[in-house]
Design a protein around this ligand. Structure first.
Ligand SMILES: *[C@@H]1O[C@H](CO)[C@@H](O)[C@H](O)[C@H]1NC(C)=O
Ligand SMILES: *[C@@H]1O[C@H](CO)[C@@H](O)[C@H](O)[C@H]1NC(C)=O
Ligand SMILES: *[C@@H]1O[C@H](CO)[C@@H](O)[C@H](O)[C@H]1NC(C)=O
Ligand SMILES: *[C@@H]1O[C@H](CO)[C@@H](O)[C@H](O)[C@H]1NC(C)=O
Ligand SMILES: *[C@@H]1O[C@H](CO)[C@@H](O)[C@H](O)[C@H]1NC(C)=O
Ligand SMILES: *[C@@H]1O[C@H](CO)[C@@H](O)[C@H](O)[C@H]1NC(C)=O
Ligand SMILES: *[C@@H]1O[C@H](CO)[C@@H](O)[C@H](O)[C@H]1NC(C)=O
Ligand SMILES: *[C@@H]1O[C@H](CO)[C@@H](O)[C@H](O)[C@H]1NC(C)=O
Length: 343
């Protein structure tokens, strides 16, 4: 029988730390399995332009060229050609950016590409089936946005897409197997919303779908292997973290409330594992930053608490590596963190 220490070691391992502590950054798994971390806030809540690469085979970080623009609350999307498109976010003065830049892994360089029509942070970016990137909603420093824009990687240009019915930021966007994009919750112009809308790329239209039971923002949404969407946690209208979980079935356009997590959480992560379970990690839990971790099993519709991380954190990222390991990077606990842990 394996010892307890052996079991614990199997769960979380602390790996090398980044050079720059950061939260509100992005992490992207490149085609060769390396992880690209860009931007975020430093200890002075100043946006960073720095970028670092994690090599899973050597468990090491290297600092690479800086982006042209410092940014936090941006998005980063891995394109079909292997480049990474970094879009929008907050600059060092907390003004939303319209600028976009491309990281090319083969030359290890950044190139500025066309800017969006609208500056935005706290938006989402989804890679569509044909390689186009759909950027939705966000915050332009004065209000939430309903607008959406499409980036064409082959021409390097943006076109305006149809706008959503509801303006929103800090929402989620999930790409379904049929190519449609499902947008849920977030903060609208004056309140937290439960509404959901579906973007159809072939008709460039939005359709309003059934609303969640609980309005929420800064939640997570994970597309399960069976195509349903698991939405968990987030803040309610009173900025109280939620433990509630809801499942959306796209074929019936219905939500069901399922068992709640043990912990309330906001600014957590949710990752679909190779075995179909969903790993929910860390977050802000009504006054505390937590290291606790829970697993959702779709086959039994139950939650199980698993081993906690070494470092409690929120505003971190969680990347599914090529071999199925989860790499949790940075985030916040009193200040920004440079630590990284493997599950
Ligand atoms: C944060 O600000 C303090 C005071 O201005 C400065 O000394 C420190 O170097 C800054 N830290 C970083 C990481 O920029
Ligand atoms: C997967 O990759 C991580 C990062 O390199 C490594 O620590 C881990 O041991 C690997 N797991 C397996 C099962 O190979
Ligand atoms: C990136 O920018 C930071 C802050 O301006 C600077 O300290 C650092 O040297 C730059 N890194 C590279 C690789 O140029
Ligand atoms: C930030 O604001 C300062 C003071 O207004 C200005 O000089 C600087 O250019 C701004 N930086 C950016 C990146 O907008
Ligand atoms: C993977 O790609 C990155 C970025 O181009 C590069 O720095 C790294 O050396 C590559 N790793 C391997 C194992 O090829
Ligand atoms: C933000 O968007 C609103 C609605 O489109 C617009 O009225 C406002 O001028 C924009 N503000 C900024 C700072 O871009
Ligand atoms: C890809 O899909 C988007 C959204 O439907 C569309 O606007 C664009 O024209 C398509 N691009 C190509 C190259 O087919
Ligand atoms: C938010 O707070 C108000 C005032 O305390 C309370 O009446 C309301 O029920 C709370 N709403 C939620 C969703 O907790």
């Amino acid at each position: 029988m394996p010892s307890l220490m052996y079991l614990l070691n199997l769960v979380w391992t602390t790996t090398a730390s980044m050079t720059y502590a950061r939260d509100y950054h992005t992490a992207s798994v490149l085609a060769n399995g390396t992880v690209l971390v860009v931007g975020g806030y430093n200890i002075n809540s100043t946006s960073l332009s720095s970028a670092e690469l994690y090599s899973p085979s050597t468990n090491t970080w290297i600092t690479i060229a800086n982006m042209t623009y410092a940014r936090a609350f941006h998005t980063a999307s891995v394109l079909a050609n292997g480049n990474v498109l970094v879009v929008g976010g907050y600059n060092i003065n907390r003004s939303s950016l319209s600028s976009a830049e491309l990281y090319n892994p083969s030359t290890n360089t950044w190139t500025t590409t066309a800017s969006m029509t609208y500056a935005r942070a706290y938006h989402t970016a989804s890679v569509l089936a044909n390689g186009t990137v759909l950027v939705v909603g966000g915050y332009n420093t004065s209000t939430s946005l309903s607008s959406a824009e499409l980036y064409n990687p082959s021409t390097g240009t943006w076109t305006t897409a149809a706008s959503m019915t509801y303006a929103r930021r800090i929402h989620t966007a999930s790409v379904f197997a049929d190519g449609t994009v499902f947008v849920v919750g977030g903060f609208s112009t004056s309140s937290i919303v439960s509404s959901a809308e579906l973007y159809n790329p072939s008709t460039n239209t939005w359709t309003t779908k059934a609303s969640m039971t609980y309005p929420r923002r800064s939640q997570t949404a994970a597309v399960l292997v069976n195509g349903n969407v698991l939405v968990v946690g987030g803040f309610n209208m009173n900025s109280s973290s939620l433990s509630s979980a809801e499942l959306y079935n796209p074929s019936t356009n219905t939500w069901i409330t399922i068992a709640s997590m043990t912990y309330t959480r906001t600014f957590h992560t949710a990752s679909v594992l190779a075995n179909g379970k969903v790993l929910v990690v860390g977050g802000y839990s009504n006054g505390n930053v937590v290291g606790s971790v829970e697993l959702y099993d779709p086959s039994t519709n139950t939650w199980t608490t698993t081993a906690s991380m070494a470092y409690p954190r929120d505003y971190h990222t969680a990347s599914v590596l090529t071999n199925g390991t989860i790499l949790v990077i940075g985030g916040y606990n009193i200040g920004p963190l440079n630590s990284a842990e493997l599950y």
